[in-house]
Structures are given as C-alpha cells and as structure tokens.
Design a protein around this ligand. Structure first.
Ligand SMILES: Cc1cc2nc3c(=O)[nH]c(=O)nc-3n(C[C@H](O)[C@H](O)[C@H](O)COP(=O)(O)OP(=O)(O)OC[C@H]3O[C@@H](n4cnc5c(N)ncnc54)[C@H](O)[C@@H]3O)c2cc1C
Length: 317
C-alpha cells in the first residue's frame, strides 16, 4: 500500500498511475501560482484542459529583442492547471489499507535547496500576437519576466535570484503592459534544488525531490515523469535503483542547469550577461530543456567576441 503526501500534479499522477493510494493533502482545492505551461508531449495532460497553445518564443534583454524561436505547430500547451489537478485527484482511488511505502510529493514545501518566491498575475485588456510567449531578462537581475497567452487573458509573472518577493515587480511590469491585473499571487519555487529521490520505502517525486529545471522553472513535466517512473519502479525488486535509472536524464539536465544559473548570477553581479551568447540554436535547446555542455561550447565558438567579453566579466573583481 502506498501513502502519498501531497496531491499536486506529481502526487495526483502517482495516485492515478497506482490506481489506489492513501492520500494526505492539506488543500481542499488545488491552486498554486504557476505559468501553467507544459511541453505538448507531457504525459497525462488531456486536451480538455488546454486553454492556449504556443509555437513562437521571443527573448528580450530589457526592451531589446535578442532572439526568436518558432515551430511549425504547437510546442507548448497552456493549461488550466487547477482543473487538471482536480480531475486527477478525483481519479485517485482511496485505499484505507496499512501503509507500507510513503511518497513525499509536497512540492517546494518539502524540497531541499534554494527556494524563492515567484509571482504571477492574470492580466486582461491587452492584445499581443497569438500563440507567442515572451521572456524578458531585465539587465542586472538574474531571472526573467514572462508573458504567456492564457485563453484571452495573459499570465504574466517573474522571479529573480536575490529578490525575496517579486510581487510588486510583477504588478508594475503587468501595469506597464497596459492591462488590468485580475489576480496576483506568489508561490515558492526550488530554483537551486538538491535532488533527493528518497530512500527505499520512503521516496520523493516532483518538486519535493528537487525535480525542477533551474533555468526555466519548469516543474510540471519532470513531476509527472517522475511519478510515472516511480509507479513503474515500485513493481520491481529494487524500486529505488529502477526509479533513479528512469529519471537519470532529468537529473543530469538539472545539475547542468544549476551550474549555468550559478554562472549567470556571477556574471550579472559583475555587470555581464549570458544573453550575449543567445543565438537561435542555443535558445531552441533552452526551450526544449536540451542544453548541453557541447551546445554551450558551440555557442561560444560561434561568438568569440561575446565569449571574450564573458570571460573578461568573470575575471573582473
Ligand atoms: C509562479 C510560478 C510559476 C511556475 N510556472 C511553471 C510553468 O509554467 N510550467 C511548469 O512546468 N512549472 C512551473 N512552475 C513550477 C511548478 O508549479 C511546480 O514545480 C509543480 O507544480 C510541482 O508539482 P508538484 O506536484 O511536485 O508540487 P506542487 O504543485 O507544489 O504540489 C504539492 C502539493 O502538496 C500539498 N502539500 C504541501 N504541504 C503539505 C503538507 N504538509 N501536507 C499535505 N499536503 C501538502 C500542496 O497543497 C499541493 O497540493 C511554476 C512555479 C511558480 C511558483
């Protein structure tokens, strides 16, 4: 029998995959500040919860457009996350048997590592290009604002290393867009996670395990994948080993992104910016969570001038 602590996306998907579980959840209805964006291939997201689609990404350093990536069809879905999680929760069968295995799925409330508050607002009364998202990197800060379409509304948000609560920054940013803020909310996000999959018999999934991409803040897909991986691993003789094997790729990407985020923060503190390296190939792998050391070296090689300025900034005292 499995006892799941927390029924957000990760815990609820695990419950659905297991069929039955004992669940401990503190909120009656799921609602948490979120950009609500998932890659289209995210398992367990059915189309009825999709409120918008994204196939174009624009990147700005302050007001300056630094890059753009487009796809022939949708690359992300924007979902009604609360309705989706509620539907998953209601599909979890209740099990009152004795608990053997415990799974911590309490999200950032149970994760280890550096957490900060990230804020979002639903904004109405603005018009922008369809199926397009914008990421805006303000000079001097490590982090970004986003503008995501949300079925007629916009989901506008932001989070920054060293800014304890960015709610006021998000409000000002949303108001500068000329819109009316309908809801403004912040929630913790584990930006520098210490990945911890738990121990035999006491596992962790999703953000509670530190499975969040540091550079983008994407936590839904890794949460879903980890829950499905654990459900499969629990059928084997060595669940922890099998679970670790199934999420190994995600963990590797997270560790690389942690190092890059630390580098970006060091550069920002010295007046430099990694946005100097941005080109289409690098931005595409950023969107696809496919950044690699090789891809970065290639980007450095394509832009030797920018690479030299980055090294100079890093060496600056
Ligand atoms: C502002 C913001 C924007 C984001 N945007 C995106 C995005 O666009 N795309 C994306 O992929 N990710 C995004 N993320 C990250 C994403 O929201 C999380 O990583 C994801 O929800 C993690 O899912 P989870 O189920 O692991 O944890 P959670 O969604 O945090 O769920 C944890 C559950 O545990 C419950 N719980 C907590 N403590 C207890 C307790 N003591 N007892 C019982 N229950 C408890 C909570 O009520 C909740 O239901 C964003 C995060 C923030 C803060």
């Amino acid at each position: 029998m499995v006892k799941i602590l927390g029924l957000g996306p990760s815990g609820a998907v695990l419950g659905v995959a297991l069929g039955k579980a004992t669940a401990v959840e503190r909120s009656r209805r799921y609602f948490k500040a979120c950009g609500e964006a998932v890659p289209v291939e995210t398992p367990m997201v059915s189309r009825e919860f999709v409120v918008d689609k994204v196939r174009r990404y624009r990147f700005f350093s302050g007001d300056r457009l630094i890059g753009e990536v487009s796809y022939g069809g949708p690359r992300w879905y924007i979902i009604d996350k609360a309705a989706w999680v509620e539907a998953l929760r209601s599909a979890v069968g209740v099990d009152d048997g004795n608990d053997g295995v415990v799974v911590d799925a309490r999200g950032p409330y149970a994760s280890r590592g550096v957490r900060l508050i990230v804020a979002m607002a639903y904004v109405e009364g603005i018009r922008r290009e369809a199926e397009t998202v914008d990421f805006i990197y303000p000079p001097g800060l490590t982090g970004f604002f986003w503008i995501f379409p949300h079925g007629g509304l916009y989901n506008v948000g932001g989070g920054f290393l060293g800014v304890e609560d960015p709610t006021h920054l998000v409000r000002e940013f949303a108001e500068r867009l000329g819109g009316r803020v309908r809801l403004l909310k912040g929630a913790p996000l584990t930006v520098m996670p210490e990945v911890n999959l738990g121990a035999e018999g006491a596992y962790r999934v999703g953000e509670a395990a530190g499975l969040v991409y540091p550079l983008t803040g994407e936590g839904i897909r890794p949460g879903v994948i980890s829950a499905l991986a654990l459900a499969e691993a629990l059928k084997t003789r060595r669940p922890l080993e099998e679970y670790r094997r199934r999420v190994e790729r995600i963990v590797g990407q997270i560790e690389l992104q942690k190092r890059l985020l630390a580098l970006a923060a060091r550069l920002a503190a010295k007046g430099g910016s990694v946005s100097l390296l941005a080109d289409d190939a690098l931005l595409r792998s950023y969107i696809e969570e496919e950044l690699s050391a090789r891809g970065l070296f290639m980007a450095l090689a394509r832009r030797p001038g920018a690479a030299a300025r980055l090294v100079a900034a890093l060496l600056r005292r």
